[in-house]
Design a protein around this ligand. Sequence first.
Ligand SMILES: [Zn+2]
Length: 259
Amino acid sequence: MTDSEYMQQALSLAKRAKGVTSPNPCVGAVVVKDGIIVGQGYHRKAGGPHAEVEALDDAGSNAAGATLYVTLEPCHHFGKTPPCTHKIVGSNIKKVVVGCKDPNPFVGGGGMRFLEENGIEVVSGILEEEAKTLIEDFIWYVGNDKKPFVILKAASTLDGRTATRTGDSKWITGSASRAFVHQIRHETDAILIGSGTLHSDNPSLTARIEGVETRDPARIILDTHLTIKEKRPGPDPGIQGPNHYCHPHPCPTGKKSPS
Ligand SMILES: [Zn+2]
């Protein structure tokens, strides 16, 4: 197998946790020795082991003299976990192949330089575009003063309308596009609608994917005129993910908005 093929495997591993590692990016890693994958792993959630640690632990003593393929430059700072660079050096890895450089200006990078200074051969830019696309939300977030990466989702008919002539808006899309919507919900931290959508459609805004333990986004509802009554059922309060009701004025009754 080629460098690109091993990196493709690392990218596939990273995708397993796409959207559920927030605020961290999803990352995958593969350890290869003598043409055989001897270890692999991915970052499963924030606060948990990074992909490199998972893969190196999976490889055990086979990591010595092996090549590590990782979709993102290994971290070189103390966060919730120690720097992966130290773990890589300690595992006697011979070569590290990186998908894309760490875009995070808040931690300063330096991972690849540290590895090279410790005698490890480093190659970067393998499947770089794929690696960047996979974490485009993270790249935007850290590169734009922590502004959120926003996705506009709109379903429309071929003539550009959002409902049929009879007002039916529920089934103007197909099963493939509806499945895609649930994938987006699963991969995002929050979903925002206006109160008009709540009143007309009362959507659950949950992520439902067969065979996948999904994560529901927090629900944000813009309600300029305080039209949502406290007892309105709205999105089911029993499902995971909080509801946030946003309006520009204090409540006239002095009460807090339902939350
Ligand atoms: Zn790390």
